[in-house]
Design a protein around this ligand. Structure first.
Ligand SMILES: Cc1cc2nc3c(=O)[nH]c(=O)nc-3n(C[C@H](O)[C@H](O)[C@H](O)COP(=O)(O)OP(=O)(O)OC[C@H]3O[C@@H](n4cnc5c(N)ncnc54)[C@H](O)[C@@H]3O)c2cc1C
Length: 338
């Protein structure tokens, strides 16, 4: 039977799968139904993770999200993320357990390891996809990943001519469905032929800025745009940061305010920044460029404050507030600081 391999990412310290792994497993499982509907072709989903061990809870969740097989590529050298060792170990396993499709997470580690693997396998890689599907062409079922192109102006569906067909997908692109049978079965593979790594981990430093702006579980995101610039100072950005602290929200921003130095890069939301799926996303002084929209459009409720009643952002908003965002921030700040 054909297989879709999901390259899962693990938190190597806590030995558990990252959420994005479950997102990709759920999506892969839904693709198996599409393959069956379109061409009566059967696929299985194999979740593959590289680590020295993995916790039971993660294995069970992988099955519940839709995996048919769970494989742990296990070795003491996989305790730490050495990109060459990870890539070589995966390639060794793959060459003995081939599949037609591999889906990788477009996380910082996934973006490093995926091209190394596809180069070794001499196949193409469609990066940063926002959609994965099967289509039928010339009576053949084809894996059809879609990604934004020309600065998000167009969506391109790219079909690789080589096998395996590979794609990377950003976290939060697909939702997780824990609806399948829970199991605790692990297929263990111990790689043998990787080269000794040429790097050595000297120390690990926690990046506080990344942590502070980690949008993974953000319920409320207050996002600031160029409309908040006031006399070329950060006054309104600082006020918004304080409001966010008071209500337990995260602060996001557009690339324009990052490029101009008003906000750190880690806050950038959009095509070249983070993707957020907040319960409530509020845009203050943001025009609504497609590159920004692609990073926040999956939020549950979108509120936009813009002085221009024709601003593009309003097309994507559930609540439209035509007003001066600075006055609203002043009022919110005064109210919450009482
Ligand atoms: C390849 C590429 C990748 C990109 N990636 C990203 C990305 O990841 N994320 C991203 O955000 N952008 C990205 N961009 C940039 C993007 O195209 C826009 O330039 C940017 O998002 C605009 O930021 P902005 O909305 O803050 O500024 P502007 O477009 O200048 O909009 C400011 C808005 O504020 C409003 N305004 C002004 N004063 C007030 C006020 N007092 N109260 C309320 N509203 C007010 C204005 O009406 C306007 O709508 C990318 C561009 C390219 C080419």
């Amino acid at each position: 039977m054909k297989k879709i391999i999901v390259y899962c990412e693990a938190d190597l310290v806590n030995k558990k799968l990252e959420e994005v792994s479950f997102e990709l497993i759920s999506k892969a499982r839904s693709l198996t139904k599409t393959a069956l509907d379109l061409k009566n072709e059967e696929y299985q989903v194999e979740a593959v993770v590289l680590c020295d061990e993995i916790n039971e809870e993660s294995v069970k969740k992988a099955y519940k999200a839709g995996a048919h097989i769970f494989t742990l590529i296990k070795n003491d050298s996989l305790k730490v993320f050495y990109q060459t060792v990870f890539a070589q170990s995966f390639v060794e396993y793959f060459n003995q357990n081939k599949s037609d499709i591999i889906i990788f997470p477009a996380t910082p580690k996934g973006r490093i390891v995926a091209p190394r693997i596809t180069t070794s396998l001499d196949c193409g890689l469609v990066a940063d996809c926002t959609g994965l599907d099967f289509i039928v062409r010339d009576d053949k079922l084809m894996f059809a990943p879609t990604r934004p192109t020309f600065g998000s102006e167009l969506m391109a569906t790219i079909i690789s001519k080589t096998l395996p067909q590979c794609a990377t997908v950003r976290p939060k692109t697909f939702s997780i469905e824990f609806i399948y049978e829970e199991k605790n079965e692990i297929n263990i593979y111990e790689p043998v032929s990787y080269e000794e790594n040429r790097m050595k981990l000297v120390k690990t430093v926690l990046d506080n800025a990344q942590n502070e702006y980690d949008f993974t579980n953000a319920n409320i995101v207050l996002a600031c745009g160029y409309g908040l610039v006031h006399n070329k100072d950060r006054k309104y950005f600082e006020k918004l940061e304080k409001i966010a602290k008071l209500i337990g929200a995260k602060v996001g921003s557009t690339r324009k305010v990052v490029d101009l130095g008003y906000m750190p890069q880690a806050t950038q939301i959009g095509q070249t920044g983070s993707t957020v799926e907040a319960q409530i996303y509020v845009a203050f002084g943001i025009s609504g460029a497609l590159q920004h929209i692609s990073g926040m459009k999956n939020s549950k409720k979108i509120v936009a404050v813009n002085i221009d009643e024709d601003a593009e952002i309003f097309k994507y908003s559930d609540y439209k507030i035509v007003a001066n965002a600075k006055s609203i921030i002043d009022k919110l700040y005064d109210e919450l600081s009482k």
